[in-house]
Structures are given as C-alpha cells and as structure tokens.
Design a protein around this ligand. Structure first.
Ligand code: EPU
Length: 337
C-alpha cells in the first residue's frame, strides 16, 4: 500500500471539485484497512467512499483512506429470501443491477443512485418510495481507535429520513466495511407508490411490472431530472426536504395552496425543498461555474471550475432566501468539508 502525498481529489468527488489530500491511500481489504489505521494512529483520518455526498471547500489536512473493498456474495437463502452481502467499495448501482439480474427484489427503486455501498447506511439513501433501511440487515465496521470489528444490526442504527447513528453517536469512529441486505426471491413487493413511477410505467404500457421494469422506470426518471455527475459535477440533492410543524405548514399552505406536501405524522409535514427553491427563483440559475440544475432545483451543479466555496456560497444564498420567503430553514444533505 502506497501512501501518496498532496493527492488531487478531483476524480474522487462527484462535484468534480479540485482539492488536495495531504496524504491518500487506497485500501482493498479489511486487513489493509486495519494496518493503515494501526500504522498511522496519531494522524488525523478522513474516510472516503464514492465521494458522491460531499462538498470539498478546502484541502483535507489528514490521511484520506479510500475504502476500495470489493466483492458481493450470497450469505444464505431460503425459499423466499436471500441474504446478500456486499463489500463497502462496490458501486451501489452495479450492486442493484446484479441483484435484479438474479431476480432478487428490494433495491430496484434505488437504481442509479451514485456512490458506494459502504456509505449508503450513513445517510440511509432512499428514492421513489424506498429507503435502504427497508432491506438492510446489518453492517460490519472497524472501530478506528480500537481496531476491532463491530456488527451494527438494524435496530442499533437509528435510521430515519437521511439519518443514522453514523451521523451522530458513531460519527467519525467507524469505517463500514460491508453491508448485508435481505432481498425477496419471490412475491416481490413491487413499489409503484411514487407518482413518477406510475406515470413512467403507464407511458410504456406496463401494467404488471417486473423488478427490471421498475428499475428501468427509475433510471428513465432519474436521467430526465438529475444530471449525470460524469457530465456535470453534482452531489444529488444538496438539501434535505424540510420537516415542519403542521401549524407552520398551514400558514404557508394558505398563502401557497399549490405547494406539494407529505404528511409525516399527526403533527409534522414534509415539504419539497425543490419546490421552495424553484418558487424562490433559483432553478436553472448560474453564478460563475456554480449553479442550480434546470430540471431539479434541489441539485447544485459545478459547470467546470467552481470551487467548493463558490457552491457553498450559492447554497447559503438559497437558504437565506428560502428563510426570508417562507420562514423555513432548509438543511444541507451533503457533507460540507
Ligand atoms: N419540485 C419542484 N421543483 C423542482 C424539484 C421538485 O417543484 O425543481 C417538486 C416536484 O414537482 C414534486 C416534489 O417537488 O412535487 C418532489 O420532487 P421529486 O419527486 O423530484 O423529489 P424530491 O423530493 O425533490 C427526493 C430525494 C431524491 C430522490 C427523489 C425521489 C431528498 C432530499 N431527495 O427528491 O434523492 O431521488 O425524492 O424519491 O429527499 C438524493 O438524495 O440525492 C436524491 C436525488
């Protein structure tokens, strides 16, 4: 394992931001990971997966450990279910396609989400009516300080909307090395609850969709709304959809009756940040090389040479305007480094 100095992270973050790691190393196995952690105990560490959920606003003054553990396998199965284990460095979408290819159900609604498997539990990725927690069984992780393996079972992970223990109590203490999913082999729970999916299937005259049909529909929807990071730097949704109190919601809804919303509980409502940002006039706007995507206002983009700071400034401008206009605070979903 070679530790590189002053290493450019431009190809390791989907925003395509130029920033340097003081030191950088690729690890390909749990043994390599443990050995790097052990040999560099006093040095600050930064754990890097697919780089699809971060905005680099500065160089990283640490040892960046790129988790590149590969492999996926079937751990066990019965007549109805299969337990699939994937190593952390596997590309998420490739895992999804691999499961669909074997007619294993559960991940299809999350097709084409960028990033690697090992980071999916951190923010409990989700799309089109499904979240990772719905099929998650457990994950293995290395404790950075103690160098011991720990298994996190679903109940311990405190999963919520784009939330988990790995953003809170366990933050910066573990490196997730593999994840286990429980998927269906038959009686798949085809989930077409999301309006866009229903519309896409109807467009193609599909009335009894297969896993592959759902995946294809999701891919088509994502490709029509979300920019491909290979073509236009971005990190998916930059903000979370805010959850506000019903009373707060009612005041805004009275003023803007066309606003879309989802009831979360008796007292809380989730409102689409993309709608708020579009109403505030930001959709499709460009400020130098930083901008707001023309088809999905939740996505900030890098047209080429934007710095992380420039994108951060645009995000702050959006937050302030939304607060002034609607009295709602929208919170970043990506990790700002
Ligand atoms: N909307 C607008 N203008 C926009 C964008 C959205 O008015 O520019 C409105 C839409 O009309 C729709 C509503 O907002 O009524 C929801 O839009 P959409 O279905 O595109 O989903 P979203 O809430 O904006 C969330 C996730 C996405 C995920 C989609 C589909 C978050 C922060 N984002 O976006 O996740 O793909 O739902 O499930 O929850 C990601 O996390 O990176 C991501 C892309």
């Amino acid at each position: 394992m070679e530790i590189l100095s002053n290493f450019s992270l431009k190809n390791h973050n989907t925003f395509g931001i130029e920033a340097k790691a003081k030191r950088f190393v690729d690890v390909h196995s749990v043994e390599e990971l443990k050995s790097v952690l052990q040999q560099n105990q006093s040095e600050k560490k930064f754990i890097l997966g697919g780089g699809s959920n971060m905005l680099l606003t500065q160089d990283i003054d640490a040892l960046v450990i790129h988790v590149d553990l590969k492999g996926k396998n079937i751990l066990k199965e019965d007549d109805d279910f299969v337990w699939v284990q994937s190593q952390a460095g596997e590309n998420w979408h490739e895992l999804v396609l691999w499961t669909i290819g074997q007619n294993f159900g559960g991940l299809e609604n999350m097709s084409l989400i960028p990033g690697n498997v090992g980071t999916t539990p951190i923010q409990n990725i989700g799309a089109y009516g499904t979240e990772m927690k719905d099929t998650f069984v457990s994950c293995e992780a290395v404790n950075i300080a103690a160098l011991e393996m720990k298994t996190f079972h679903k109940e311990e992970c405190s999963f919520g909307y784009r939330e988990s223990i790995f953003k809170h109590e366990a933050k910066d203490q573990y490196v997730i090395t593999s994840v286990i999913f429980k998927l269906t082999k038959r009686n798949h729970k085809i989930n077409t609850s999301y309006g866009d999916i229903t519309a896409e299937l109807a467009k193609n005259d599909i009335s009894t969709p297969t896993l592959k049909d759902i995946s294809n529909a999701v891919i088509a929807i994502r490709q029509s709304k979300l920019p491909d990071p290979k073509e236009l730097g971005n990190s998916g949704s930059f903000f979370k959809n805010p959850i506000i109190s019903k009373s707060e919601f009612e005041k805004i809804h009275h003023q803007f009756p066309e606003m879309k919303y989802y009831n979360i509980s008796e007292t809380e409502v989730k409102v689409p940040a993309g709608w708020l940002i579009e109403q505030a006039g930001f959709k499709g706007k460009r400020f130098g090389d930083a901008g707001i995507h023309k088809n999905q206002a939740l996505v900030l983009v890098n047209y080429g040479n934007a710095t992380g700071q420039e994108i951060l400034n645009v995000s702050k401008d959006i937050q302030e305007t939304i607060f002034k206009t609607f009295g709602i605070h929208i919170e970043a979903e990506v990790n700002v480094i």
